[in-house]
Write a protein that binds this ligand. Structure first.
Ligand code: GLN
Length: 491
């Protein structure tokens, strides 16, 4: 069957159910696709081709004996390299974890396997998920399949590059400040930041624990909803996991948006710094939502302006504590020294990249005696204001719409010398992590400026993914971009 690699996970599940294709054939098609494109993209840090074929054979056997584990048994996936995988290298994009072979599977990895999904491998990312371009990876950057001179976004950039290039129908990333939604936007994909606590963080290498949340990257809204349903829901291994099962998102996904109230944020529409082409496409997206029966309502979210400032205190503070565990004793790299202190400091000096060191220093400073209240304490107060702002607005509207990112994919090297301009990529996504709400990025075509993809962000109430998916689906179906020739890079 031709073009198997461009089929969505839902389509592949249908082909498998009808016996039109085997799991081994799908696996082989994706191995061929990786051979064809990954030299240009560097989406993978580690391919598990043999394991993939083995898993696929086992899936075909299960299907032959009528014992499939789920509808998606035999549809492969690949994970961002911070999901802990038993016996498979897990680096989190850092040299400091080089050579570490975990002894267990994280919950998300386990649930994917329990649904029968063969494992394709581990995907590139900014070191410890700190970045917006994958240029902070300790193993070299990934590239955007829409233009290989440009970044695929980050930190889940290997995940977005591979899905956009037809190398896998779906992958998982993590979103601490935008790292699923921003790369989805830059690669023309659907990306979800679920409500904090919906998807387990057990076996996810920690960056900023009160913000980290795994999320799927896919080419269609239906696949994103289906994958969240597979991996989400309560996990006793994560103390912040919400003790609830995942509702049936797919049952109501085609219900339409007639009568929904969607907030448009005055401060964001008036802000400078968003590319004109992004404004054009996102403006058209708002009008499309209106045409589909939604009512657009102007809303004000004054605290959003302080999101980036608060995030770059809270996230580094938590990271400085989380990354203390890389002591040269327990995991990965060890650079020997005359005593244990010099061994630890030499290892950390060599093993961590510049951005990670910058964050550890920022976080340690923000938490130090005498500065704690002025920096960390104040940032936490902004966080509370963000939560209240959103609560207030959500008494009036069902969803909030914004651009996902102020720009399309930028060229490699364009922002590496200026960390602040890199941080500003997440200006529209970060407040959602601070508050814990759910949000999705859905493609709205390519920018008239540079023909690169633009994303629309839809923010929902906490645990209201159902409404979010319904609106994103209605928008996607009406636009007709996903799954069309136009919606694919020519790589
Ligand atoms: N770009 C942001 C950062 O560097 C967000 C990263 C993320 O969501 N993991 O912190």
């Amino acid at each position: 069957m031709t073009d198997l690699h461009w089929r969505s996970a839902t389509e592949l599940a249908g082909l498998l159910a009808n016996g039109e294709v085997s799991a081994v054939e799908i696996a082989q098609a994706l191995i061929e696709r990786a051979d064809e494109v990954d030299g240009q993209l560097h989406a993978y840090l580690h391919r598990t081709d043999e394991r993939l074929l083995e898993d696929a054979r086992a899936s075909d056997e299960r299907r032959a004996s009528g014992q499939t584990r789920s509808r998606f048994d035999g549809v492969p996936t690949a994970h961002k390299d911070l999901f802990v995988t038993k016996g498979v290298p897990t680096t989190s994009g850092s040299r400091i974890l080089e050579g570490w072979l975990p002894t267990y599977d994280g919950t998300l990895v386990k649930r994917s396997a329990q649904a029968g999904l063969p494992l394709q491998g581990k995907l590139n990312m900014d070191e410890f998920a700190m970045g917006s371009s994958t240029e902070n990876s300790g193993y070299g950057p990934s590239r955007n399949p829409w233009n290989t001179k440009s970044v695929p976004g980050g930190s889940s950039g290997g995940s977005s590059a591979l899905v956009a290039a037809g190398g896998t129908p779906w992958s998982w990333g993590t979103d601490t400040g935008g790292s699923v939604r921003q790369p989805a936007s830059l690669c023309g994909l659907v990306g979800v930041k679920p409500t904090y606590g919906l998807v387990s963080r057990f076996g996810v290498v920690a960056f900023a624990s009160s913000l980290d949340q795994p999320g799927p990257l896919t080419r269609t809204v239906t696949d994103a909803a289906a994958f969240l349903q597979i991996a989400g829901g309560h996990d006793p291994m994560d103390s912040t996991s919400i003790p609830q099962a995942v509702p049936d998102y797919l049952g109501s996904i085609s219900g339409g948006i007639e009568g929904m109230r969607i907030g448009i944020v005055t401060e964001i529409e008036e802000a400078e710094g968003t590319q004109p082409g992004v404004k054009t496409r996102v403006g058209e997206a708002y009008r499309r939502l209106e045409k589909l029966g939604a009512e657009l309502v102007e809303v004000s979210l004054p605290s959003f302006e302080f999101g980036i400032s608060a995030y770059y205190l809270v996230a580094p503070a938590e990271c400085s504590s989380n990354l203390a565990r890389y002591d040269a004793v327990r995991y990965g790299l060890r650079v020997e020294g005359p005593d244990v202190v010099s061994m630890t400091s030499r290892t950390r000096d060599e093993g961590f990249g510049d951005e990670v060191k910058r964050r550890i220093m920022l976080g340690t400073y923000a938490l130090s005696a005498g500065y704690y209240d002025a920096y960390y304490g104040k940032a936490q107060r902004v966080r509370t204001l963000t939560i209240r702002d959103l609560e207030r607005v959500f008494t009036d509207v069902d969803l909030i719409a914004t651009p996902t990112s102020p720009s399309t994919a930028f060229e490699l090297g364009a922002k590496t010398a200026d960390p602040l301009s890199m941080y500003l990529n997440d200006v529209f996504t970060v407040p959602v992590n601070l508050a814990g709400n759910a949000a999705i990025s859905v493609p709205c075509g390519t920018s008239p400026d540079d023909e690169l993809p633009v994303g629309l962000q839809l923010i929902a109430k906490a645990l209201d993914e159902t409404t979010m998916f319904r609106a994103a689906y209605a928008f996607e179906q009406d636009l007709g971009w996903a799954g069309s020739e136009e919606g694919r890079p020519s790589l």
